[in-house]
Design a binder for this molecule. Structure first.
Ligand code: FE2
Length: 295
């Protein structure tokens, strides 16, 4: 009997799964592949997918893989965010404690400018200045010195540097190290929430589903230290109108309240000419040993 004999609605799924070495060479890949095939076949059966709909799906996946001006790497990353898959993976990863992780998003850039403690991250004369500080700690509450904090955020108009040709590259991005007592502090602006790019196929999908495209205002962080698991996360600004409906489902408990300072004494102490804000956030890292699969 050849492998393709007696292919029926009842046998095709298992026949596909059996077509190969049953994971002998790559067991984890086979585990993922087998489950994916089963779920995809179940999905096709459940919705009774037509030839025309299958072709629309092919066209859609083809389009999201193409690079665009707004997202040079293509929309695959954005699509996984919009489907809640990125956040679901983060939720699964948070079982070992520490600060909740969160999705990286498609706009992280490696090699951000190195910043000194207290340095301002970017140029935005119309933005409200925010002084952000805190500590990097281990699970026992002890400080982690020389942890590297990589931060990136949009400006007060909701734009990242790579979306705004009027600002230098690296605007509101930076890498800084914690002090011997695990402290960090930097000066930035209060970020504005923004719409994810909607000119491509993912935006069309949102429109067809009646979904909005807005993200609540947030600041991205990647915190690393030797012998600790790297933490990628976001903090959200209390009061943002989209905290309850962020289109990437990323808002959880890391929401910071901003304290406004406007007295003449406070302005003088910080050398500011208009009201400014402060807030604090501590990052708690997990040791590598708690995380299976970490290298
Ligand atoms: Fe973002």
């Amino acid at each position: 009997m050849t492998i393709n004999e007696k292919i029926t609605l009842d046998t095709i799924t298992q026949t596909v799964i059996n077509h190969g070495d049953h994971g002998k060479s790559h067991p984890r890949l086979y585990e993922i592949y087998t489950s994916l095939v089963q779920h995809l076949h179940d999905f096709v059966r459940e919705v009774n997918l037509t030839e025309s709909e299958l072709q629309q799906g092919r066209n859609f996946l083809n389009q999201v893989s193409h690079h665009t001006q707004e997202i040079p790497t293509g929309e695959i990353h954005l699509l996984t965010d919009l489907l809640g898959i990125s956040e679901l993976v983060e939720l699964l990863d948070d079982a070992h404690g520490g600060t909740e992780s969160n999705l990286e998003g498609p706009l992280f850039l490696a090699n951000a400018p190195e910043r000194q403690m207290g340095e301002r991250l970017g140029i935005d004369p119309e933005g409200d200045t925010l002084f952000l500080s805190g500590r990097v700690l281990n699970l026992n509450g002890q400080p982690i010195a020389n942890a590297v904090i990589d931060v990136w955020q949009p400006n007060s108009k909701g734009l990242y540097d790579i979306q705004d040709p009027s600002v230098p590259q690296g605007n509101f991005r930076g890498r800084l190290k914690t002090s011997a007592s695990g402290k960090y502090t930097f000066e930035t602006v209060v970020p504005l929430g923004y719409s994810v790019p909607v000119s491509g196929p993912s935006g069309e999908l949102l429109r067809l589903l009646g979904r909005h495209s807005w993200r609540a205002a947030h600041i991205h962080f990647k915190v690393t230290a030797p012998e600790y698991t790297s933490l990628t996360t976001q903090i959200f600004i209390a009061g943002d109108p989209h905290l309850d409906s962020d289109t990437t489902f990323a808002v959880r408990s890391a929401i910071v309240k901003l304290q406004k300072h406007e007295s003449p004494e406070e302005l003088k102490a910080r050398n500011q000419s208009k009201p400014f804000y402060t807030t604090e956030f501590d990052f708690v890292l997990k040791p590598v040993t708690l995380c299976s699969g970490e290298s």
